[in-house]
Structure formats: C-alpha cells, structure tokens
Design a protein around this ligand. Structure first.
Ligand code: ZN
Length: 229
C-alpha cells in the first residue's frame, strides 16, 4: 500500500553560508577524516558539525525563554504532529509588515475558525531571500507577527506557530510573541520554507527536532502532509 499522504519538505537545506540570527556563521560542517586518510581497505569520509542549536528551520521550546518551561526532549512526537493551516499574507507583505488580527479574521471568514491544537503557519514570502543571507537578515527588518495577532491565535488555543522568516519577533518590537507563545507552553517554528506547496487548509504537519536533552531550541526536519485523493 502506498503511503496515504504526499510529503512536502518545509525545511531549508543547511550549509555554511545560510542566514543566521546574528549574521555570523551559525553552521559549520567540515571534513574531519577523508577517504585518503584511512589505512586499510575500508575508506570513510567523516564530517563534523558545529552549530548554534537555533539554526536553519528550527523549533523553539518553552525552555528557550522560561527556566521552568519544557525542553526539546520532553515533547512526545504525537504532540508534534498536528493539523496545519497556512495564513498567506505574502501578497501584501513588505519588510515592515506584521500579521494583524484582521488578517486572521479574513482567513477565518473564508476557511472557518482555526481549530484548537493546530499549527498555524504564516506565509510572508520572505523565504525567497534565503539564498541572499544579507537580504534575508536585513538588519533584523523582516515581516513579523503583532502581539495582538499572537494573542488571538492563543485564544484559539493552537499548539504551534511557524513563520518563513528568522523569527515571529523583531528586536525593535521586543520578543512579545516568544513571551506569549513559549509562556503558554506552545512551540515556535522559524525559517520555514516551501509554504507555496502547502494548501491553506486540510493538511498536517510533523515537527521532527533532533532529540537533544535539555535542549531549548533544535533544528527540525519539518514535514507537511497532504492526504492523497
Ligand atoms: Zn525563536
């Protein structure tokens, strides 16, 4: 039997030149031992990685902001698989745009009230700048989420909030969405990509973090699932 879902990879590929929060190199993947270094017949290439935990497409756990919040390894996989909706504001987005409660109301007027325990992905279109890290970073000027919109999403009691920028918050506006969401025990997903390939409703998402003990953030392989017809 074929797998009943089509999988959409919502993950950016990691390499040494990707955009990072502080603009420096946050991901280092280098050769440790090469085939020619190996004695004997069996040759291996061994790589090593050095990186910030909050690199590329990644998840923030409540512990990121709150000492008593849950860590990465404490999330059961069943909590990280959920229905997903995409709020598409790409056509009106610019670098100073923030998601508003009106955007959510507009989405809900067309598609119905957002369900409890779902994941809401905000598509700003900013991921198109991923390959130009300076523009993607843009001195921390990128589309974000207003605290009023975040509060409305918390009223819907969603489980996860994702965005295709470095963060749902900009330093200039404070880290209110982090405070609100992680403070409520929810998770955040940052640097999402390929939201163009996701339907606005009727999909699922799987957030698969590297299982790090006491981790506050972790890179994820982020999967969208669309049921086969
Ligand atoms: Zn974050």
């Amino acid at each position: 039997m074929n797998f009943p879902y089509k999988l959409i990879d919502l993950t950016h590929t990691l390499d040494n030149s990707i955009p990072t929060w502080n603009g420096g190199c946050g991901f280092n993947h280098e050769l440790h031992i090469d085939y020619a270094d190996c004695e004997g017949e069996d040759k291996f290439r061994v790589m090593k990685m050095k990186m910030h935990a909050g690199i590329g497409t990644h998840m923030d756990a409540p512990r990121h902001c709150f000492p008593s919040g849950r860590c990465i390894h404490e999330f059961d996989l069943n909590e990280l698989c959920m229905p997903c909706v995409v709020i598409d504001i790409a056509s009106k987005c610019h670098e100073h745009y923030s998601l508003t409660p009106e955007d959510i109301a507009e989405f809900e007027s067309k598609h119905g009230t957002i369900n409890k325990n779902s994941c809401v992905m905000i598509k700003t279109g900013w991921s198109k700048f991923w390959d130009t890290p300076k523009k993607y970073h843009n001195n921390h000027v990128f589309p974000y989420i207003s605290s009023e919109a975040a509060k409305l999403l918390l009223e819907r009691d969603i489980s996860a909030l994702g965005i295709d920028t470095l963060s749902p918050d900009r330093p200039k506006n404070g880290f209110k969405v982090h405070q609100l969401f992680l403070g409520a025990g929810k998770i955040l997903i940052e640097n999402v990509t390929n939201l163009d390939n996701m339907p606005l409703i009727n999909s699922f998402i799987m957030v698969l973090p590297i299982k790090i003990k006491d981790g506050t953030e972790a890179p994820v392989r982020l999967l969208g699932l669309i049921k086969n017809k």
